[in-house]
Design a protein around this ligand. Structure first.
Ligand code: F6R
Length: 610
């Protein structure tokens, strides 16, 4: 949520900043801005909308300088406008701040500063920081002391970069609750809220921790805690490649990421699913294995798509591994004083590993004594670091704002965890090796579903003008219905609802008429007949049925206007296949309606504010 890029070195800062911001644009695209040190003053440029607007407004040669910073914004306080875009300056124009997060006590700080004569231009919480630093700078002690003192007065979350024309060769960065990473180049440093903005320049990085700040100049970097204690940071190597964060010939990142799924699911299984040996090995859980196996209860936490993955996980863990499992919206869990008891294991599911609500819920659970684990995509992210163990999903960078490949990889990892636990508890009633082989076959089966993309595109053309959609599924496919509806809402702006198929007759059935597309997930599993009855109920009300059904289902064609075929698999692995057509359907409908698929309105990847 919001993107930050900073540069200190000997090259021109502005082009490096703009290029980095473009890579971070999926985090927010309401406005963009930059500031560069030039001839003893700070030069800024801000534009509403995408980074390309900022880029085309850059006057050739006018914003030169080798120390600078930039920001792409997802509006929290104040509408998207030039005046609210970052960087924010102090009254004298000599201190500039960019900020991710929310300053919760900005209102009281602002009142005091205004009473002291400061003049504010924007409606943002961030501008308070520039004026507060200006105020504290007056007392002497330099920029570093002013920033440190200001951060002691601030409540809320931040990842900030500060620069000042009083000390023009340095940037000061600080973190509390909003990620920041520093990249080490040859005689230069780069700062970003996400390493994807740095990888073109360096693979060597260090991650800032909460409560730390760093003073960075071309000559070096010093890192301290806010209490002024110097710390030595370790340098890590980034593990992804540049081409993983580029579109690679696809029209959109989302389409690329949908098509990557055979590979990403394989990556989630690699080295872990050992079919020949009949073993599931999850190195990141090794130390917590006993706690997990003997868990009294598992609580899965997440938001949005990751919460949907948790819902599928609940079916898996309860029915196969026999562990009572609850799934909670992280944002609800943290504020309802959850009762945590001995033997509770909390698993946070998060693609980004930075979602503010998930992180806060995890901390709450940890503070109350739960064993906390993570199922996370971004290596080195805050959630990954704050859990006691976990499993990376290894889906690679997900840039499309609508999550696709992360979802199927989360399900794959949940399936692995379930098999590991069930096996250890001796609970499997079906042949374990058979299940392993079925899991192993999923990447190929996903490939088969993707081969049907052209047909899904045609169906999307038929349904693109509908005003509402209903998605129905039962059992582990109920969360798939939720996920299909979420994808459609997010990127096509069509209202859609997911429902348990049988629950439909308790209300939503009133909505069904000949204009209503009803997407029914009807795999040939143990509850096939039940779902078919629900499909009949839709048919009787003349709903437009689009069925996701197995290849060998000869009956569904009599009921459905459109049928998308998926290969058969074991029941609990079904969601991994059944969601793929729904991702493609949402994608092609959005493209047909001309929306911005990768950067849908009002959304941002990685929600780092509560
Ligand atoms: C939907 C989507 C969001 C995220 C949610 C959680 O397509 O992307 O609903 O799933 O914001 O994000 P993570 O998984 O990063 O915690």
């Amino acid at each position: 949520m919001c993107g930050i890029v900073g540069y200190v070195g000997s090259r021109e800062a502005a082009p490096i900043i703009v290029e980095g911001l473009k890579r971070l644009e999926y985090r927010g695209y309401d406005s963009a801005g930059l500031a560069v040190q030039r001839g003893g003053r700070i030069v800024t440029l801000k534009k509403v909308g995408k980074v390309s607007h900022l880029e085309s407004a850059l006057p050739a040669g006018a914003i030169t300088g080798s120390v600078g910073m930039g920001h792409t914004r997802w509006a929290t306080h104040g509408e998207p406008s030039e005046v609210n875009a970052h960087p924010h300056l102090d009254c004298s124009g000599s201190i500039a701040v960019i900020h991710n997060g929310v300053i919760e006590n900005y209102s009281s700080l602002k009142k005091k500063l205004i009473a002291g004569g400061h003049q504010f231009l924007s409606e943002t919480d961030t501008e308070v920081l520039s004026h507060l630093i200006e105020e504290l700078h007056k007392a002497g002690g330099g920029l570093e002391q002013a920033v440190r003192k200001a951060l002691h007065q601030v409540k809320g979350t931040y990842g900030i970069v500060v620069m000042s024309s009083h000390e023009p060769r340095k940037l000061i960065v600080a973190r509390k609750g909003s990620p920041l990473v520093i990249g080490f180049g040859e005689g230069e440093y780069l700062i970003a809220s996400d390493p994807s903005a740095l990888i073109r320049h360096t693979r060597k990085v260090t991650y800032m921790e909460d409560g730390e700040y760093a003073v960075i100049s071309a000559e070096g970097i010093s890192t301290k805690t806010l209490d002024d204690v110097t710390i030595q940071k370790s340098v890590e190597e980034l593990s992804f490649e540049l081409d993983q964060i580029e579109r690679g010939g696809f029209e959109h990142f989302m389409l690329k990421e949908i098509h990557e799924q055979p590979e990403t699911i394989r990556n989630a299984l690699r080295g872990r699913l050992q079919v020949e040996e009949g073993e599931v090995k999850l190195g990141g859980l090794e130390q917590m294995r006993e706690k997990l196996i003997s868990a009294r209860r598992i609580i899965l936490l997440g938001c949005g798509t990751s919460w949907h993955a948790g819902l599928v996980g609940e079916y898996m863990l309860e029915q196969i591994a026999g562990i009572p499992t609850e799934v909670e919206y992280a944002s609800e869990f943290r504020y309802r004083s959850p009762v945590i008891q001995q033997g509770d294991v909390v698993i946070a599911i998060s693609q980004s590993g930075e979602t503010a609500d998930t992180l806060a819920a995890l901390r709450e659970a940890k503070a109350k004594g739960a064993t906390v684990l993570g199922i996370v995509n971004v290596v080195g992210s805050t959630i990954a670091r704050e859990t006691q163990g976990g499993v990376y999903i290894h889906a690679g960078p997900e840039i499309g704002v609508a999550s696709t490949k992360a979802f199927t990889s989360q399900l794959t990892v949940l399936a692995l965890v379930t098999l590991m636990v069930a096996r250890a508890k001796g609970l499997l009633h079906v042949d374990y090796k058979l299940l392993m082989k079925e899991l192993d076959a999923l990447p190929e089966k996903v490939g088969k579903v993707l081969d049907g993309a052209a047909r899904i595109r045609e169906i999307a053309g038929e349904l693109k003008n509908a005003r509402n959609f209903l998605y129905l599924g039962r059992g582990a496919n109920f969360p798939v219905a939720l996920e299909g509806a979420l994808k459609l809402k997010e990127i096509s702006y069509i209202h859609a609802e997911g429902y348990p198929a049988a629950e439909m007759k308790h209300g939503p059935i009133a909505l069904i008429d000949e204009h209503m597309p009803v997407v029914c997930i009807v795999p040939k599993d143990a509850i096939y007949e039940k779902v078919m009855s629900n499909v009949q109920e839709v048919k009787a009300r003349r709903g437009r049925i689009l069925a996701v059904a197995n290849e060998d289902d000869d009956d569904i064609g009599h009921l459905a206007e459109f049928v998308i075929r998926v290969p058969r698999t074991f029941g609990f692995f079904g969601p991994i296949l059944n969601v793929i057509p729904l991702q493609l359907l949402a994608y092609y409908i959005a493209v047909a309606r001309g929306t911005n698929v990768d950067q849908p309105r009002n959304l941002a990847k990685s929600v780092t504010v509560e």
